[in-house]
Design a protein around this ligand. Sequence first.
Ligand code: EUG
Length: 608
Amino acid sequence: MSSSSHSLPDTPTLPNTHSGIPTRLLDKAKRAKTLIWQGRKVAASQIPRTEPTLPQGISRSTFNKAISEITQTLGAENVELNDKPAVDNGWYMEHPNTHDMMHVTDADALVASAVVYPSSTAEVQAIVLWANKHRMPIFPISMGRNLGYGGAAPRVRGSIVIDLGKRMSQILSIDPDDYTCLVEPGVSFYALYEAIQAKGYTHIWIDTPDLGGGSVIGNTLDRGVGYTPYGDHWAVHSGLEVVLPTGEIVRTGMGALPGSNTWQSFPYGFGPIQDGLFSQSNLGIVTKMGLALMPNPGGHESFMYAFASPADLAPLIEIIRPLRIANILENVAQVRSAEQTIAVQGRPKTDFYSGPGMLPDEVVAREVAKLPCGPCAWVYYGMAYGPPHIRQYKLDIIHREFTQIPNARRVDPSTIPRDNYFWSRNNIAAGVPDLEELLWCNWTPNGSHVAFSPVSPIRGRDAEALVKLARERRQEYGVEMFPAFCVGLREMHLIVEIVFDKTIPEARTAAMGCLRAMIEDAAALGYGEYRTHLALMDQVASTYSWNDGALMKLNERLKDALDPNGILAAGKSGIWPKRYRGRGWEMGVGKEGVEGDGVEPEAGGVRL
Ligand code: EUG
């Protein structure tokens, strides 16, 4: 791999590939890629491999027989063995689908034995039936861009990854009257946005996360966050098509009624609502999902406020709460640290400071003072929606409230250079998918990130307690981290991004140690994570232990009933099928090995 940016090949684009960058963002892709390649201090590390890493309980002969069978079903070009040395590189837009590109475990710990590419729900069903027949662990991904939480990696080493997105990437409908859509797993936020523009539907907005390359279905099922008023994607989804672990195909909500005309407009249908069973779960493979789209609000205006002192965080959060609940603050607010504001320029830490460890406070103060936000500890990014007089009404209230904090400053957008990150936030809050967020990964060479994502009430004391525990553990473990609050309607997610050099084992160990300590600290104070990395799922699940672990007991009963052979995404969200239980598969403090001691043999299985 060349380190020269001149010879970097272009990023694949839409519509040449479902996972490509829109051509309007090619320059940003080029810049991001160049910075990453410049930051690579070692050539891409190789994961040595000559044959697929097999899952426990599957012999080489069973594996080979099973692979030849599924090759018959899908065609040779749609079954790829993971049998060559893996080049542990790539970046957001061009990443491996056999492991986590930003691995916080050993590079070779959470890996696929093969990847299969179904083209239809019927083929997903065939794969599931095949997996049951051979007791083969399978792990579906939509596009594999769940970065910070495991990327494309399977939890069970040697699983067959089902890459749903590659051949199932149709936008099945965009309804311009109802403002809804129906998509397959391979539809990214980029692709959905571009399709709506191509149709000339300027009256329709989508919602996008900080990065637009992820799958709309994948992000929604993992309960991801966006920044328009429709930012809670799970809350605005309507209707799923699901392949169950035993091969039945189900449509939820109104989709259960043959010929239904309201599948995407009435999410509940009749009877118990099953959709939740398929979110952050291992109880089904979602092959279609409906989603509400937002009407163009007729105008929008980003605003940014800078707050001078670290102590301003608590009063700011207190001011945000009632404004957010009353919808004066209309979108998920981001309250970002000065450190992250410095790092999102995409420059390495060594540009600012050559000493060991974190930036000293005086360096943070010196560097943030050079940016459009000016000297500050926290920055608020928000947007007002609607025509000018409607926006102004809200902006005046926001200004009056925010400037109760001494030295709070509104930064006039007209003074902010066009290449500043502010304008990326402006795109995102207006539903225009962008590509700048991961620039802070360049903070360290071979920069990777992993997130600690606790939920708390929107209260000053909670914000302070969480930042304090994160900073104390940061000091103890010597990791680099960037905290940002995403404020929802009645709760907020704190996203603490740990950035580390994935090629340094000690850096990975420090990141994991810090994450585990923060999860424990948070749970002791009553905070739980909304989402987590594969390697942390057991630990996070164990914190949701009320009434002697009643919730996990329920999850396990559901898992046993719906997936009797335990083939689907074992260990996802800490839910282990019967065959794996009591064999030490759980990871946790002092137990970083990803594998347990085998699986219950064939006799425990069920023939379908
Ligand atoms: C962000 C990142 C997340 C998440 C929510 C928001 C935004 C980062 C990596 O996880 O869950 C700035």
